[in-house]
Design a protein. Sequence first.
Length: 170
Amino acid sequence: MTADPLLDRALVEEATKKSGLVWVQGEDSPARALWHVWHEDAAHLVGDGPGEQPLPGLVDGGVAEVTVRSKDKGGRVVAWTARVSELAPGSEPWEAAVAELKGKRLNASDAEGITDRWASQCRVVRLTPLDGVAELPEGSLAAAPLATGATTRQPVPGGLPKLLFKRKRR
């Protein structure tokens, strides 16, 4: 992107820190929007467990493409390539990452026991930027939404328009 790798590194770090959501494309998988925290010069993710985000294609020792969006406008700011490493539960890097992730995890049903659940049922993944790989995004990356069981197509209930557009009496 620029001739100075330190500026590239600073752009990647600042953009990723400020964005609560990044698009990550692992090996042989589509890009997914994932929440993360920036800690010790890398993005950290937790997932692949009950109630957590899926992390397909993020294998230990692999590479992933990360696209960072602007927090206020939602547009792409920078894209970078990362080395994927899975942190071993209970290790010092795992404990440090989980302490940061726990503080940013919204809507956890079991906030007190979340670290135990993550240790036994989930994966904590570290995405470390590779040097000299930051680039300003160009072109559209628009894609059809991934299939999910969370959406259904059903007709609108008959009484709903009357309820929505009913005039208030004075």
